[in-house]
Design a protein. Sequence first.
Length: 317
Amino acid sequence: MRRAALLAILCLTGCTSNNPRDRAIRKALDFIDRSASDPRNFADYGADYLFCFYTTAASTADPELRDAAARIGRKHAKRWAATKMVVTPNASADEVGDMVEGWYAASRLGQDDSRIKPVLRDAAARFAPVDFLLFDPAKEPPPSDRKASKYSIWLDALIATYMGEQYGIPLGGSYSDVLKWLPLMRPYPPTGQGTYINQFYDVTYAITHLVYTQNDYGVYAVPRVGFGPEFEYLHRNLALAVESLHDPETVGEFLDSLKAFGLGDDDPAIRKGTQYLLETQQPDGSWTPPDVADAYTRYHSAWTGMGGLQQSRWLDR
């Protein structure tokens, strides 16, 4: 076992900001800041960057990390507001949804949305549920087709309707209508030898984003009552992401979600996943090899790694 990882495991709670886990989190946040500062990256993923900074500041128990994420987020939210004050007449449903996500985060980071919000509301009202979600959750369950599984479609619908309701601009339907199809997602396909890898990822990300949209992306704990199959799936399959897939990006989402269900650093699965993240972080702060050119993959791995390592405040509802 590497010395840094051992020290981190021995010092998972109650340590100063100089412990390995805190240093890894700061490196990840710095990487995301640098990535967002690239104009090309920000043009493509600005809304996602803002949401990352906003939710990190809102959820973390570390006051220094909270202040740093909020400060960085305000800097980039100002950039967003300077270029996102117009909705073009031919804007697609995806473009409107992206602006809703970005302005939701930017408004929480201090930007004035009083002019753009009514325009966005009118733009969103032009579209039918299927334009945003690929189905109408008030009338039918998420479908499967040749391009996407029902889990992938349901995942996107959870996120879109959550964002819309949080910001007060519906995006294709209500979150409760999407959530009501949870029983039809169960039972989850078994994993193991011969598992179709895309299916595993679709199911896993649907479950982790169910958790995120239930707890406002790390702000509140999630009771296991009512979500037993989801907890069991994540707890059982974390080892697969570590040992077979060697996928730190997904490990981060596993850890973040399992901690929301109440698991702590005394749980062997949490400790193993934490050790793995500390051992696999790249020198630049991400969890993606530097030869990977895709900006989304690189910053998103830093986001999920940071989320998997951080301790949340778990505020009372």
